[in-house]
Design a protein. Structure first.
Length: 245
């Protein structure tokens, strides 16, 4: 069974960086000394094992599952079940069975935080997770573009309809700032996230910039100390922990 504070990271559509936010938030909380689990419920588009540089699956003991550990975080993902990056072509009942197994049949231990990488949108998986974990709190990831915010509003309304508490909105790809320059370039526009926060009665808790990738970095999805995004995620983790505490 899951313990601790459950944070579902949701989005209205794919491609806004929801999984990147989930993984880096989990790692940042772990760096703060928290016991953290990261569950990848993005069934059809699981990417957490790749982001966390995990090349092996979980082991079992007494018919229960031992989660994989990476970066100090306990991880479970649909990516451990499918092989060779094959597509998942399951329907609702099978999806519900996997979700229930990840929640109830994994040896999680005592946890401070559970970060759930939710699938985009408002489909079967989102409904099952909302039903099985009614006490989860929500972080909504979007980009500044008005269309992205418009679609994200639907996921936010679903959270409200299920009486989930909002932690806040994370605006990803907020701007690009070249190294050693003060000028910020708002490539995807401005203002959409503030309007969305107002509509949903919550607040904008982080603006994450676009950073040019480091070609020498073996794990470009998990940001390391010395990278601006590393500091931004540590700030987000600290804000989340202070808010919940």
């Amino acid at each position: 069974m899951l313990s601790g504070n459950v944070i579902s990271v949701i989005s209205g559509k794919g491609g806004v960086g929801k999984s990147t936010v989930s993984a880096n938030l989990a790692v940042s909380l772990s760096k703060m000394g928290k016991e953290v689990a990261l569950i990848d419920f993005d069934i059809y588009g699981s990417s957490i094992p790749s982001m966390m540089n995990i090349s092996h699956g979980p082991k079992s003991m007494n018919n229960r599952i031992i989660p994989v550990e990476s970066h100090g975080v306990k991880v479970m993902s649909m990516g451990f079940i499918v092989k060779n990056n094959d597509p998942v072509v399951w329907r609702g009942p099978m999806l519900g069975k996997v979700i229930n197994q990840f929640i109830n049949d994994v040896i999680w231990g005592d946890l401070d935080y559970v970060i759930i990488d939710m699938p985009p949108g408002t489909g079967d998986v989102a409904m099952d997770v909302n039903r099985l974990i009614p006490n989860s709190q929500q972080i909504l990831v979007t980009t500044p573009h008005p269309t992205s915010s418009h679609v994200a509003e639907r996921a936010g309304k679903m959270a409200h309809n299920n009486n989930h508490k909002f932690v806040g909105i994370v605006e990803n790809m907020s701007y690009f700032q070249p190294p050693d320059h003060n000028q910020k370039y708002y490539i995807f526009g401005k203002g959409g996230s503030e309007q969305l926060a107002s509509k949903l009665g919550t607040e904008l808790i982080a603006r994450l910039p676009i950073i040019a990738p480091n070609e020498k970095d073996f794990e470009p999805s998990i940001y390391k100390k010395g990278n601006l995004l590393h500091d931004k995620y540590m700030e987000l983790a600290d804000r989340l922990d202070s808010s919940i505490a």
